[in-house]
Design a protein around this ligand. Structure first.
Ligand SMILES: NC(=O)c1ccc[n+]([C@@H]2O[C@H](COP(=O)([O-])OP(=O)(O)OC[C@H]3O[C@@H](n4cnc5c(N)ncnc54)[C@H](OP(=O)(O)O)[C@@H]3O)[C@@H](O)[C@H]2O)c1
Length: 204
């Protein structure tokens, strides 16, 4: 199959032919149709040796594999639209991951949109969950214009928090009001005096 592989030359990748993934027990083989790019893997690419295979987030369909592993692993029939997260190597035609790393793509969501969700979305979700129940709380999201930040804004609103978003430049705040922010502030200096520890909150 074809895959993108590091050239070992300052973050560059090239399209190469690689062996098909081997599918271990409990894993599902996915025909990849879309991937998204995360800051962390781009950073890792800059120091990668030739042959390293990038790729965390992906979306596609469960491959029609003969072994039936997919069905046994996660009751995911071939052709089911799924998205998920790999430890690497998803910038390829196929990727094998444990069934628990996959979720079914809801109707109405494209593979391209679904592929943006896993790493950045889970980062935002886990960060917000550390703060406990956010209903009625006031939440400050720094880097709100970024990939993780926009998910954090939307999830915090979903958890019924009031959100103040911090952006670096006024134009970076575009679209944040539509996501439900109560306030968009340019520069963290603009909110510094208003930040105080949450009563009963924990530092981690
Ligand atoms: N993407 C992931 O899946 C992921 C996973 C784990 C951890 N992280 C971490 O989460 C953070 C955000 O990642 P991301 O993918 O969302 O990156 P991103 O899309 O590049 O967004 C980064 C945001 O940080 C803001 N920013 C940059 N320098 C800043 C500074 N000196 N002070 C305050 N804000 C600054 C930028 O704001 P303006 O554009 O408004 O200037 C930008 O919106 C990073 O630290 C990343 O390592 C990301």
């Amino acid at each position: 199959m074809r895959a993108l592989s590091a050239t070992g030359d300052d973050g560059l990748v090239e399209l190469v032919r690689v062996p098909e993934p081997s599918v271990a027990a409990g894993e599902v083989l996915v025909d990849v149709q879309a991937v998204s790019v995360n800051r962390g893997e781009l950073h890792r690419l800059t120091s990668a040796t030739a042959g390293w295979r990038p790729g965390w987030d992906f979306a596609g369909v469960v491959a029609d594999q003969e072994s039936g592993t997919a069905r046994a692993a996660g009751h995911l029939l071939p052709g089911t639209r799924v998205f998920g997260i790999a430890d690497g190597g998803s910038w390829a035609e196929r990727v094998a991951v444990p069934a628990a790393r996959l979720a079914v793509i809801p109707d109405g969501l494209t593979v391209e949109w679904a592929a943006t969700l896993p790493t950045a979305g889970l980062t935002a979700l886990r960060t917000l969950r550390m703060a406990g129940d956010l209903a009625g709380a006031r939440v400050l999201v720094t880097g709100a214009a970024g990939g993780v930040g926009r998910f954090a804004v939307q999830l915090a609103r979903r958890f019924k928090a009031e959100v103040t978003a911090v952006v670096g430049r006024p134009e970076r705040g575009e679209g944040l009001a539509a996501l439900g922010t109560a306030e968009v502030v340019v520069g963290v200096e603009g909110v510094g005096g208003r930040i105080r520890p949450r009563p009963g909150g924990r530092r981690r």
